[in-house]
Design a binder for this molecule. Structure first.
Ligand SMILES: [Zn+2]
Length: 86
């Protein structure tokens, strides 16, 4: 199912003339604070957590999504493909 979702996402993105990029499969996103990058060990029941470094209260899924977006943006900037993601 995930393969189909990524294929459709890639198709729609390119159809709109935008850039599609996948981050590495081993990039850690769950439990990474989206504000400061601190890593936390979470169980599957931990839907929310408070960062031990910056003390922000975050949703596990929203924080993971922001971390994935930030990692992708840094990948594209490091590759020289974009200067800044909008
Ligand atoms: Zn933090």
């Amino acid at each position: 199912v995930m393969g189909l979702i990524t294929q459709l996402s890639k198709y729609k993105t390119e159809l709109e003339g935008k850039l599609y990029h996948e981050i590495g499969r081993l990039e850690k996103s769950t439990g990474v604070c989206s504000e400061c990058g601190q890593h936390h060990v979470l169980t599957l029941n931990d839907r929310y957590f408070t960062c031990t470094a910056c003390e922000t209260y975050q949703s596990r899924d929203l924080s993971a999504a922001k971390s994935i977006a930030k990692t992708g943006e840094l990948d594209l900037i490091a590759a020289g493909i974009v200067a800044r993601v909008t």
